[in-house]
Design a protein around this ligand. Structure first.
Ligand code: 2AM
Length: 645
């Protein structure tokens, strides 16, 4: 035993030395942006000769962090804030660990740390996770190398607008701490940065005589499910959780326009039926849908990249730690289907590193120069104008730089992954067995250069014909709106498509009532632009507002609608709430729960302010007391907000 002990000590001393000359980068991501930022930091550090280790916070085992984190000399945290100030899932265990009292005020006294946050200043709890992490690390004795950086989605260049200058200061400060970290100096110019790491994945091409799989309309569900699981685990390796297998496949059975044709808004009511296993969800839940891709765009991409659509491939991660040896990833998959299921070629804009890698593979000098400029800090704003602002797609970018011949390994790594999109469910499965309904605004807009753009998933759904059998992979999960008990009085605020979850609430409660289950009233504030154009589900609300029904005045509830553009001044849901303040207060004092849903601009905070006014006035208390009261309501699980962009 003593001998083993000594060996351990020697090893840890060795690690200790290593750790003073390397950076540990820990990230927590929900959508992958924080990983991008962490990798960018890592690349820039390595180019300056500084060894780095990049780990997701969930790979950084909290059970062992008691010893590991304090033994690190330099740690950079890159963390996203999600939803309403929430911690990314992968960070939850670490955060709980970090909050333990027993860690003490000197726990991190030997560690220098820096925090970079990714957030959106459009949300109330802007970069909340980065701020609380920074504070906690300091409370535990850690010393910040540099003031925390706060990346903002609202910045014209996104989070990178802050990351670039922050990173330059970080290198300078770290150099002061320990010049040995940067054997190549801290000021590396773009032309010196011509160091390309090998791509993270390796692709094996197989001669296969299998016929190309059927179209999504014909494919059998078992093969389709296998293809989804295989392609996701090939692309994401360890990061692909057991979630890659869809909960079920849906078939669209109804595609109805519910706004007035030609009114400038295109809102649809979609109904789906399960093709595979039965559907199971509660009202207020969310369904995620993996969108199909445009066949012409796929063909153009395959042609542009000189790929053979018939070939079969196996994608493996070079880093064995990322690779899942589970028999799923060794199954060859058709190349075209792999692209279709994993690579967003015709909707998302590529990130900056894509341009940098393109510059390596450009054979025309002028293209190479332009790409290098785009990838440099000086070119950041021009790249933003060209790329993000115009929502240039991967396909368009590749077509703009025809001399670039990027190997498929790089494309697999760098084309933004095709993401499933989440929608609030607008039905009750008790009322529509084996069905799920959605209320979707079809997103489209024009860029500054007058190019027409549309949301990938919503416009794909709108293009589907219910007479065709297209299999739609779907995952169900909880959102921010828990299903209420029938006996709970409700105050619902849902302008626009924010009414979606509440259609489910109302129809389910009506069903309960018809079964003689005791139910409490619902007070619903709806808002839209014009009575004639986008008064969604007008007849449905009218039906349930009839005498004695769930939304009726007699029952203590009500349905109020704000038409924002039917008169010179804007009238919003919060105006209607103030008009009905006595009723709102009455229900609140009877223990009602509040649910707010809809677009994430200013609506949720304006609505909260209206509640604060109402509680102060009707309750006869100060505004501060009203604010505290509503905070308690939220803490007690009775104030819920589901907001979307
Ligand atoms: P507007 O487009 O006329 O400004 C659904 O989108 C409805 O929500 C529209 O009537 C829209 O009005 C309204 N809306 C926009 N901003 C809002 C806010 N801050 N609070 C409440 N409703 C808002």
């Amino acid at each position: 035993v003593p001998c083993k002990d000594r060996r351990l000590k020697q090893r840890s001393r060795f690690y200790g030395m290593e750790k003073t000359r390397s950076l540990l980068i820990l990230y927590a991501t929900e959508t992958g942006n924080a990983l991008d930022a962490a990798e960018r930091l890592g690349r820039e550090a390595e180019r300056r000769g500084c060894p780095v280790r990049i780990l997701s916070l969930d790979e950084f085992d909290p059970a062992r962090s008691t010893s590991t984190l304090p033994s690190e000399k330099f740690v950079i945290f890159v963390v996203s804030t999600t939803g309403q100030g929430d911690t990314p899932n992968h960070m939850k265990a670490f955060w709980t660990f970090l909050l333990q009292r027993s860690l003490g005020r000197q726990w991190l006294e030997n560690t220098r740390y820096a925090v970079f946050g990714l957030g959106d200043s459009g949300y109330q709890k802007y970069n909340f996770v980065a701020k609380k992490l920074d504070k906690r690390l300091a409370d535990l004795g850690g010393i910040a190398i540099i003031e925390k950086g706060l990346g903002d989605d609202q910045h014209p260049s996104g989070y990178e607008g802050t990351l670039d200058p922050w990173m330059s200061s970080l290198w300078a400060m770290l150099y002061n701490e320990n010049p040995l970290l940067f054997p190549k100096g801290v000021n590396i110019s773009v032309s010196d940065m011509k160091m390309l790491h090998p791509p993270k994945v390796e692709i094996t091409y197989l001669d296969s005589h299998e016929v190309y799989p059927q179209s999504l309309a014909e494919i059998d569900l078992k093969s389709f499910e296998k293809e989804i699981v295989t392609s996701q685990s090939m692309l994401f390796g360890k990061r692909s959780s057991d979630k890659s297998k869809p909960d079920c496949f849906l078939k669209m059975v109804k595609n109805h326009l519910i706004s007035r044709p030609g009114c400038g808004k295109d809102v649809r009511h979609f109904e789906f039926e399960a093709l595979s296993s039965t559907i199971s969800y509660e009202v207020g839940d969310v369904v995620e849908i993996l969108p199909g891709q445009n066949p012409e765009a796929m063909d153009a991409f395959i042609k542009r990249c000189n790929l053979n659509p018939e070939s079969y491939i196996i994608v493996k991660h070079r880093n064995k730690d990322d690779f899942l040896e589970d028999g799923v990833t060794n199954v060859p998959i058709n190349l075209k289907r792999f692209i279709e299921l994993t690579m967003d070629i015709a909707s998302a804009s590529p990130r900056r590193y894509f341009f940098e890698v393109m510059s390596f593979f450009a054979s025309a000098e002028h293209e190479k120069e332009r790409l290098e400029y785009f990838a440099s800090p000086e070119g950041r704003d021009d790249l933003y104008q060209y790329n993000q602002k115009e929502r240039r797609t991967v396909l368009e970018v590749l077509e703009d730089f025809p001399s670039v011949n990027m190997p498929f390994e790089w494309l697999v790594q760098l084309v933004p992954p095709l993401k499933s999109r989440a929608f609030s469910i607008s039905s009750s499965v008790l009322v529509h067995p084996n069905q799920v309904h959605l209320t979707v605004s079809i997103v489209s807009w024009t860029t500054p250069f007058k190019r027409k753009r549309s949301g990938l998933c919503s416009s794909w759904l709108a293009s589907l014909d219910p007479n065709q059998r297209v299999c739609i992979p779907a995952w169900f999960h909880k959102g921010a709106l828990p299903a209420p008990e029938p006996s709970l009085p409700l105050i619902l605020v849902g302008p626009g498509t924010g009414c979606a979850p509440f259609r489910g609430f109302v129809e389910e409660r009506a069903l309960m009532e018809s079964k003689a289950v005791p139910t409490s009233p619902i007070l619903f504030f709806f808002g839209c632009r014009n009575e004639q154009n986008d008064f969604l589900y007008k007849d449905f609300w009218a039906l349930h507002s009839q005498q004695g029904k769930v939304l009726s005045e007699e029952k203590g509830g009500g349905f109020y609608v704000a038409f924002s553009r039917d008169q010179p001044q804007k009238v919003y849901v919060q105006h209607k709430m103030r008009e009905q303040s006595a009723k709102v207060w009455d229900l609140l004092s009877k223990g009602a729960a509040v649910y707010v849903a809809g677009s994430s601009n200013n609506m949720p905070s304006d609505v909260l302010a209206a509640f604060e006014d109402i509680v102060a006035e009707e309750g006869g208390v100060s505004r501060e007391a009203a604010v505290r009261w509503l905070r308690m309501l939220e803490k007690g699980g009775k104030y819920h907000v589901e907001a979307w962009a």
